[in-house]
Write a protein that binds this ligand. Sequence first.
Ligand SMILES: O=C(O)CCC(=O)C(=O)O
Length: 275
Amino acid sequence: MINLELTQKLINDFNNNGFLILDKFLDTEYLDQLRSRFEPLFKGVFETGVEPDEWNWKFEKDPNDVTRQICNAWKADNLIRNFVCHEIVGKFCSQLMSWKGARLIQDNILWKPPGGKTLGYHQDAAYDDWIIPQTMVTCWMSLDNTSKSSGTLEFVKGSHLWELQPPKGEFHSPTDYKEQLNIFAEKNKKKIDIVYVEVPAGGVSFHHGYTWHGSGVNTTQEHRRAIVAHCVPADAKFHPTNEGGTAKIYKKYKQKNSDLLDEKFFPLLWKDKTN
Ligand SMILES: O=C(O)CCC(=O)C(=O)O
């Protein structure tokens, strides 16, 4: 991770747009190593012996033209953990959201091969109604150069100020990946202004949990890979009753008689020690 400070201007940009895009974030000397972890992980070779929580694509079993995703690869791979659990990720997420600290609620590794299909437009915080407060910020770190034609991540500018809608429609490979966005915008009379995350390998974007985003087909001959940290406030807790979104997978980590997010499964990345 490069040593970078967030300026007030960058924080203001995030607050105005609902996202922030930076060309330099990951130390480029680690990119090859990080990319080399993808194939073993999708083949089910887990360095730590711990299986990730979600694993949507398996080598030689699933179609080649989809976006491959693993959730919580940090539990399986120490190098991925070093990056998605890095304190600078937690510090930036906290500063952008005006939080006193940040905790990892989930990671993703994403691999969109040449011809790889879409991911439907959605709002990340819509999936965590089992967390109080229901909020999120996402740090998306790119391991490859990205462009509109490689099916990069795209955001709707200012949509973090729209209300949250429960998850709807297909997430993986919908034919019309903007369908849910268009339905929401039409119903709520919102204007859609799309910005594509076009960064060199090692670049990053951060987005607010309410920001609408998705990605199109990779029409290039290049692979498009990213590692992603989804964070919540350091003192976020389990909702005592809600069971929607991704709760069906993550409620198993709730301890009896406690709403605390256990450090073993939801690690604290950074905490402000100044007050
Ligand atoms: O990389 C993509 O295509 C989508 C990523 C995404 O949805 C996210 O990081 O929240």
